[in-house]
Design a protein around this ligand. Structure first.
Ligand SMILES: [Zn+2]
Length: 199
């Protein structure tokens, strides 16, 4: 009998990154860093292709790790994340010009906000590969964790807009060079090549 259930699997990596919480009442306003533990979960049915390398898996863990290393580790590890409204931002922007790894973001870099940021960074990359992201979980310390799920993503208004398109799908389109991309807008002029269900 065909197995129709979705399963959730996750992979974890660790990155070192500096930050500060600009207006924090206590020590978190200092320049400091953490070894962040970042877990990304994806969900799907098990691969049933007989003899396939990934038969019996949701996704090959090494494939998920490769995506996480490219999209998270390369982007953040040994960098410093700074809020664009932080009074110190011009100092860090000068360091960025000198080639240092500085990530200027439009939010206070709490674990909660970083989890949302990474979810949004990963969702399109994964969906273009036909992979459904489940959540991004971040441990800032071994005892302090934040999680951002698909429900948060929809509640934050990043999902499809019902006025513009059918709910629960994103449109897969090709640009003029034939490169696939995800569109949230039904009036988009890109060449439609499919739909990706969100659930
Ligand atoms: Zn901190």
């Amino acid at each position: 009998m065909e197995d129709k259930k979705n399963m959730l699997v996750s992979k974890t990596i660790e990155v070192d990154m500096g930050h500060r919480i600009t207006c924090h009442k206590s020590k978190c306003r200092n320049l400091h860093g953490h070894r962040y533990t970042i877990e990304v979960a994806v969900s799907d049915k098990l691969v049933t292709d007989k003899g396939a390398s990934s038969e019996g898996m949701v996704i090959d863990y090494s494939d998920l790790k490769e995506i996480m290393m490219k999209e998270i580790d390369e982007h953040m590890d040994h960098g410093f994340m700074i809020y664009k409204e932080d009074p110190l931002v011009s100092f860090f922007e000068d360091r960025l010009k000198e080639g240092m790894k500085v990530i200027v973001v439009p939010f206070v870099p709490t674990a909660e906000n970083i989890a949302g940021y990474l979810f949004r960074k990963l969702i399109d990359v994964l969906m273009l590969k036909g992979i459904h992201i489940g959540y991004v979980k971040i441990y800032e310390t071994p005892t302090s964790m934040a999680i951002y799920t698909r429900k948060d993503w929809i509640a934050d208004g990043y999902g499809p807009q019902p006025a513009k398109m059918k709910p629960e799908v994103l449109l897969l389109r090709k640009d003029k060079d034939g490169k696939p991309y995800l569109s949230r807008d039904n009036s988009d002029s890109g060449n439609p090549i499919g739909e990706i269900p969100l659930s």
